[in-house]
Ligand binder design. Sequence first.
Ligand SMILES: [Zn+2]
Length: 470
Amino acid sequence: MELEAIIGLEIHAQLSTKSKLWCGCDNDAFGADPNTRVCPVCMGFPGMLPVLNRDALDKAVRGAAALGCKVQKFSKFDRKNYFYPDLPFGFQISQYDEPISLKGKVEIEINGKKSTIGITRVHLENDAGKLTHTKNATLCDYNRAGTPLIEIVTEPDIRSPEEAKLLAQEIQKILRFVEASDADMEKGMMRFDASISLRPKGEDKLYPRAEIKNLNSFVSLFKALNYEYARQEKLWKDKKVPEKESTVGWLDDEEKTVILRDKESAHDYRYFPEPDVPPMTFTDEQIQEIEDSIPELPLAKFHRYKKELELSESDALKLAESAVLSEFFEAVVEKSKKPKKAANIILSVVLAVPHWHSTPLTPDHVADVLSLIEKGTVSSTGGKEILLAAMESGASAKDLVKDLNLEQVSDSGELESWVDQVIADNGKSVEDYKNGKDKALQFLMGQVMRMSEGSANPPKVMELLRKKLK
Ligand SMILES: [Zn+2]
């Protein structure tokens, strides 16, 4: 019997706002001492009222629209009641039956084969604090309590752990692209819950699933799903088809899942409408405006770069990944009309400099350097030097050619005197070349370059050498 996997994801992504969701506390607590980014509001003190952060709402709807979701004209917040020491309110303000957006889709591609994964909903809620368990105590840090989160719920359209990983990576790219979230896994800004069940291929019925909680990396998402697939596959083979849903945890060190609880004992959250935060409304015009503001997304860009600009698969993939990079690249192409050369120099020279985008380098610099190389005014090594210097000082490419003395000698009189000298000094190599040893020509060329201290225009030198040795 052939089995297939039915997989769905719930993805939590922190929004990259300056302040928290309900108060003015700094949202960036990375490296901060515990409990130094808190106030009476996010600590849930009696009488304090939450006020919705406008930027968080903007980023949430932008992220949702980029995932193809329809922003809802009416949505509201609900209280999700549960008690846990990381949750100072004693409940989480989330969205239950009327989320900010519904029904999206994300396309992914594995080995050239496209699949479309449905997005059920994207809603807005606040994060909880962080607990650290030591040998005989549990430490609570509330810096993260109140950080704005979006929860992205997918349809169970995913058919393999590989697809699940790819989808998660695509969603990370999209959220970064529209600047909704930094989605930095290392800082816990993006986390996954994954559910998986198996069924005989061809059947429509869904069987009880296992939900894997709190996966913190693409690797653990992939490994946990693979593990759970194999575990359930064995149950099917032993004719012990799962009869009830379960919640499992993933042990990173041991690379296995453990049953946390059966779904029968799952929490009843007793949702009810949040009385302290008013519902949200959007007009048709506002929704249209949000949808229109979504730029061309990474996968579409990747295809366009490959097809229209004829870039290699790996170059297209790298350049389409970030908004800053693709915008820079497209500006260089616009000016230079040389997409392949632009891709090459950006990926090999510009990106090699950390934080290149905060240097004074402009697309003009790169386009100018490409044209200087093409004209033979500077060598490609000279072009690289200009770009590196431009990233330091911001001076124009034209000025830098002079300042760095990079202009190549193309004047035939001067080149000829060097070439003649080298031919006269290297009788043996001249002889070898005439006897068919092509390597000797490279040696003579090297000698001319040395004599000119690297300033001779190499193609011109080669041309002259060939002519003179005929
Ligand atoms: Zn606060």
